[in-house]
Write a protein that binds this ligand. Structure first.
Ligand code: HEC
Length: 464
């Protein structure tokens, strides 16, 4: 009955809903034979590269899958994409590609949700299943012209003073390089863009503002690259993120109703980069471009560490260990961006707000992927009034089943090294420029509990 119903709807709505039907059949546990009957009796069977597939790749994949970019293969032409037809089916059906970690029901909260529709997934699948035909060249859309230069007009460009030597193979630890920027006066920045020198190897990265008095990288030699484990960051240091790179991100604005990023006089910059080895030795010299915003500004954009669970304890071998951190808003701020952060045992992260009137709202739930460290731009900024509690609810897989797990026999505590764990969520906040960034949030509730296994868990939190 169910299948007939879907087919009837498909007939009324046309090709794309047939694809949706085929997709539902896949997930609904129907036999493969039935699924292919649906596909073969519909137009989906005729999906060709030129007409149906290429537009999907242009819109969702080529930003990374083109020569010189971070993905290992190009998906620009039929010749490029044809050998990857089955792999594309697998990667898109599983949701691995395009990379996006928010759970679908929260996608609408974010402007940068990167997800194929069910119809698009079904089109790629049926194209692969039907021998990946090229189709009529006359139906091919024009090639997309990608921008290779700056997405902004920088007033100031700061470049890594030395190349980073990228090894040919193997995993490369996150790298930190200090630049003695030595800003002679306070500076306000409206927009910034981090641009890889060599986008084949720069997977993602950040440029940090390290204000005078911060301890992080204090003894670092400028221009020398340090592995992250040698120079752990200190979340209490008042450091801020000025530039960020993920493939396709472009320039970022800090102007939310007139706000700007503030770089205090005497600050230095640190480039943090996750490199991928590409089979041969190469180099990278990444830079950040900034557009000044003439001050003074009434409001500033600051990237906070958000809720943290520095008292976390994850039992050995636990495959679903819960950890909760909490902050309470002491000075009103507006939330425009969120980027959860965990290490190799992280599974998922939820950010929940409990407003002073008691209303509780889950802002998102997301899967955790250590490799991507994605950030989410809120479609509607969220006003965090004084007294609002923000809960970060995370789960960890410390079992041997987690292939990234460095050691399932260990009880894990908070630490900045990859083999320790963290649970926090970087938050892009806009608040009064006179407010000290350190005074916006207070650690409260579970974040104040003594260290004791396991948790802190949600069961220990007073929700009202
Ligand atoms: C943000 C950049 C980015 C986007 C967008 C992206 N990819 Fe990828 N893709 C990568 C990178 C990097 C890899 C290699 C590392 C990995 O597998 O995570 C990859 C790997 C793949 C693989 C190999 C998978 C495997 O398991 O070996 C396939 C197939 C693929 N992508 C298809 C796609 C398709 C199809 C799209 C669009 C629907 C897409 N990708 C969008 C960056 C991207």
């Amino acid at each position: 009955m169910k299948r007939i119903g879907l087919l009837a709807v498909s007939a009324a709505l046309g090709v794309s809903s047939v694809m949706v039907a085929a997709q539902h059949e896949d997930h609904g546990g129907s036999s493969g034979a039935q699924t292919s009957t649906v596909a073969q009796t519909s137009n989906v069977a005729q999906a060709t590269f030129n007409k149906e597939v290429l537009p999907i790749l242009q819109k969702n994949c080529q930003v990374c899958h083109r020569p010189g970019e971070v993905a290992p293969m190009s998906l620009m032409t039929y010749q490029d994409a044809r050998p990857w037809a089955k792999a594309m089916k697998t990667a898109t059906t599983s949701g691995k590609m395009p990379p996006w970690t928010v759970e679908p029901e929260y996608d609408h909260n974010f402007t940068n949700a990167a997800r194929l529709t069910k119809a698009e997934v079904a089109t790629l699948a049926s194209w692969a299943d039907n021998g990946a035909p090229e189709g009529d060249p006359a139906l091919k859309p024009a090639a997309v012209a990608f921008r290779d230069g700056w997405n902004l007009k920088p007033d100031l460009v700061v470049e890594m003073p030395n190349d980073f030597q990228v090894q040919a193979t193997g995993a490369i630890e996150y790298q930190y390089m200090l630049v003695k920027a030595d800003f002679k006066e306070d500076v306000w920045i409206r927009e910034a863009e981090m641009r890889p020198g060599n986008s084949k190897v720069v997977h993602h990265g950040e440029v940090w503002v390290v204000p005078p008095g911060s301890r992080w990288m204090k003894n670092a030699v400028p221009g020398v690259s340090y592995s992250a484990s040698k120079m752990p960051k200190d979340p209490a240091d008042g450091i801020d993120i000025i530039g960020k790179f993920n493939p396709g991100l472009g320039a970022q604005t800090f102007d939310f109703g007139g706000s700007a990023k503030f770089i205090p006089k005497g600050s230095d910059l640190v480039f943090e980069i996750h490199y991928t080895a590409i089979g041969k030795e190469t180099t990278d010299r990444t830079k950040v471009g900034m557009v000044f915003a003439k001050g003074p500004h009434a409001t500033r954009y600051y990237t906070s560490y958000g809720p943290q669970a520095r008292n976390l304890v994850i039992p050995a071998r636990d495959d679903n260990s819960e950890v909760v951190g909490e902050v309470t808003v002491a000075n009103e701020a507006t939330l425009v961006y969120a980027q959860p952060h965990m290490h190799l045992r992280g599974k998922d992260y939820e950010l929940r707000a409990i407003f002073p009137d008691g209303e509780s709202q889950t802002l998102f739930r997301s899967k955790w992927d250590f490799n991507w460290q994605l950030g989410y731009n809120f479609a509607k900024p969220i006003v965090l009034t004084k007294g609002t509690r923000l809960l970060g609810i995370s789960h960890f897989d410390n079992s041997p089943a987690n292939r990234a797990n460095p050691d399932p026999t260990k009880e894990i505590r908070w630490g900045l090294q990859n083999w320790d764990e963290m649970s926090n969520c970087f938050l892009g906040l806009v608040f009064d420029a006179k407010t000290d960034p350190k005074s916006v949030f207070l650690f409260t509730g579970p974040s104040l509990l003594p260290v004791g296994p396991p948790g802190p868990t949600l069961a220990m939190v007073k929700l009202q």
